[in-house]
Design a binder for this molecule. Structure first.
Ligand code: UT7
Length: 332
């Protein structure tokens, strides 16, 4: 059997500043009670004004490289999943390549919104397994506070900033990437988008006046898609591997909303509630591409995952995009 790629190390970074529901009560007409009952979010992190997506991604990457015992020059490719890049170009991956002094690495951004970490995982897995590259550094980093309108209560309570990183290689202990299943449906792109600042609607005084540089979302519609897509992607992933639902030891869904997490969790009846990861949503809110990466890093650092346990990661986001990945912890 050809060897499968593994996540041999992880890292994450959360900015220091905490924005609580009580803080938001002072900014928009909302309440801690509404936010907690509708979303499960209690607080989120905000990057400092001079703390960019590249900076947070760099910090998460340094931790992952440290954990892997690798020097930056040993990395062949840097992938950065983000929908809040520092610039449209140059890519955030290039900015991080420079900060890390990863002088032998190619660099590429991935735009798959909240599913970006899983899209990156499949790219990294394929490139490592087919022998094109030895080591890929996958980073997810988001400064969502830069595109959120803090006068719009329907979105500003939901999102937070942060970063996650993973090193993918063939050799070493870690999380074997058994399979990744991805999907998309561009016909629903209108449900979550940033209208201005691209080539269709370039920045102008008019777009700024109309607040088109802020994220816009049809939350209720997305909710239904999120549950359905994460369930079907997860089950498709198991089917590829001819695995049963009851073989899954941990479910790690995208941390957008506690009600979505619980609804997806219910589709895996055998799983005790404490094995459906939900701690991130309360502490960090929706960190888009980073959320499953931060979750994996936290669970892994807490030593909660035992050898040979199976983890099912699943995500959903703008595009629409979605995906699932089945990982197995391997101690060697
Ligand atoms: O990251 C991947 C993509 N994102 C998602 O998957 C997000 C999916 N959607 C959601 O998480 C939920 O739909 C939301 C949390 C965004 C909204 O929850 P909801 O239960 O669908 O609420 P709603 O949008 O139907 O709003 C219910 C009411 C509305 O008032 P009326 O029209 O019923 O009088 C809103 O105006 O709640 C109101 N509302 C608020 N009230 C207090 C909306 N936001 C707030 C708020 N505080 N922050």
């Amino acid at each position: 059997m050809p060897k499968k790629a593994k996540i041999i190390a992880t890292g994450s970074y959360l900015p220091k500043k905490v924005l609580t529901n009580a803080d938001l009560e002072k900014m928009v007409q909302t309440s801690d009670e509404w936010i907690v009952t509708r979303t499960g979010i209690r607080e989120r992190r905000l990057a400092a004004a001079d703390e960019y997506t590249s900076e947070m991604g760099f910090k998460a990457a340094e931790k992952a490289l440290d954990a892997a015992g690798l020097k930056p020059e040993e990395i062949d490719l840097i992938l950065v999943a983000t929908l809040t890049p520092d610039y449209i170009f140059p890519s955030t991956a290039c900015l991080i390549q420079d900060k890390l002094k990863a002088k032998n690495a190619a660099a590429l951004d991935i735009q798959a919104a909240c599913s970006g970490y899983l899209y990156g995982l499949l790219l990294a897995k394929s490139l490592v397994e087919n022998g094109s590259l030895r080591r890929v550094l996958l980073i997810a980093s988001e400064k969502l506070s830069s595109i959120v309108n803090y006068q719009d209560r329907s979105t500003c309570v939901l999102f937070g900033d942060g970063a996650a990183a993973a090193v993918i290689a063939l050799q070493g202990p870690g999380f074997e990437i058994e399979a990744v299943c991805l999907g998309s449906d561009g016909s629903c792109g209108e449900l979550l988008k940033l209208p201005a600042g691209g080539s269709r609607c370039p920045a102008s005084l008019e777009t700024v006046k109309n607040q088109q540089h802020y994220l816009q979302m049809a939350g209720g519609e997305l909710f239904k898609h999120a549950v359905r897509r994460m369930e079907t992607a997860s089950k498709a992933c198991l089917k590829i591997l001819k695995m049963q639902e009851k073989e899954v030891d941990w479910l790690i869904p995208h941390q957008a909303n506690l009600r979505i997490i619980e609804a997806v969790g219910k589709r895996f009846e055998h799983l005790p509630q404490e094995r459906v990861y939900k701690e991130g949503v309360a502490k960090y809110g929706n960190t888009s591409a980073c959320s499953v990466g931060i979750a994996l890093d936290e669970l892994s650092c807490q030593g909660k995952i035992q050898n040979q346990e199976h983890l099912l990661l699943t995500a959903f986001g703008a595009g629409l995009t979605w995906g699932a990945a089945l990982l197995t912890k391997k101690s060697k």
